[in-house]
Write a new protein. Structure first.
Length: 94
């Protein structure tokens, strides 16, 4: 039987994925999600010049929120690899 992860194990998993330079963008792109992704990008860009992978599964959302992510991607020199898992439409496809 598979147990549902608790908040602590989810935090550990997210931290491990971030240490692997992987960012996951799932769901509607709204201000709170964009803020989280922008902060993760800044963190990873400041600790290493290694490539960053962003995995997207989104049907879009706020254009302004998506643009904040795109603008952040464009200011860094690191290679940013964007991979689609599922859907990438609307503002998430920009």
């Amino acid at each position: 039987m598979i147990k549902e992860p608790d908040n602590n194990s989810c935090d550990i998993l997210e931290e491990n994925l971030l240490n692997q330079r992987k960012i996951f963008l799932f769901g509607d792109i709204e201000d709170d999600l964009a803020e989280k992704v922008v902060k993760q990008l800044h963190y990873l860009a400041n600790i290493s010049q290694e490539p960053i992978s962003i995995y997207i599964n989104s049907t879009g959302g706020s254009v302004d929120a998506a643009l904040s992510i795109i603008d952040t991607i464009n200011i860094f020199k690191q290679v940013i690899i964007i991979k689609t898992i599922g859907y990438q439409v609307g503002s998430s496809a920009a």
